[in-house]
Design a protein around this ligand. Sequence first.
Ligand code: GAL
Length: 371
Amino acid sequence: MRKKYIVGIAAVAAAAALTLSGCSTGRTTSGSSDSSSTTIKKGDLIGVALPAKTSQNWVLAGQDFKDSIEKAGFKADIQYADNSSPVPSQQAEINSMLTKGAKVVIIGAADGSQLTTQVATAKKDGAIVIAWDRNILNTKNVDYYVAFNNFHVGELQAQALLDGLKKEKGSGPYNVELFAGSPDDANAPLFFNGAMSVLKPKIADGTIKVVSGQTTFNNASTQGWLAQNAQKRMTDLITGYYAKGTKLDGVLSPNDTLARAILQATKSAGLPNPVVTGQDSETDSIPLIMNGTQYSTIYKDTTLEAQAAVDLVTTLSKGEKPKTVDNDKNNDNGKIIVKSIELSPVLVTKDNAVEAYKNNPDLEKLATANQ
Ligand code: GAL
């Protein structure tokens, strides 16, 4: 288990500090349901339903939640979706938590569009519903959303791509390809739309050329966040557009798992190393960041993210009103603007990695050792 480190309350409060921003799209905000009538007390059961372990951050989340929930004086029931049938298994797990009397269900959705029935049951049972890391879509029955600002993750990834191209590929114009996350992950369009808000003007002015012409989320998405799907698509793109000497300067990758798969494909094809972005600060990617193989990643500290959700539960148990933010770029779930606690993602390259990981001894050590 990752060595735990003490994060000062101030640091947690700062990390969960709200960025007051965004105007709502006129939708109502969550919390208008009867969540205020729910009473939570120490010793109550808190259910945590997590998706399958598609990347390291989900593996870490389970232990972080167990530690934080028990330290706060509640009981934890933490369950992961089954890799082979993530949606039905997670639906059943949420129902089982409610049957056991969970007063709060914290949900990292396997597919945020397929939990409408489960969250309706939760509200009928008087439980609080907290969407965690990924939003739950097209329902009013979500009380809060605790996550990093994932639209801003995409903005940071796109800016890193542009910075890396300028640093490593001369003055441009640059040939790039675009990858996005899984279509069943509510975060994936946020990452992509955030990135495209930065890249679209650069495509329009000719700085960036997507040689394949594949510039929509559907073109770029990667089912299940599976490395093999990204590696195959990158290989197909190389065969189709870069086999006759056309240079590939950069690739927008939405997380580290896919970044490593993309780099494997370009290396196997004998292409020069493109500038590739990522996310999640996975331990397998940090040495690649430090030696320049992968240009960037994003640090979203799951310990702080889990702590922010548990702090929210503690606030509610005291009968206090949480300070939340309405940011319709990040927490519009298609029905309501879900009241959110928003944490700030951090862009990491080899230049700032040791500093960025200063509160995480494992990652700091890994970055320092590979400097
Ligand atoms: C997203 C998460 C990302 C990434 C991805 C892959 O929802 O926010 O950090 O890990 O899932 O599972």
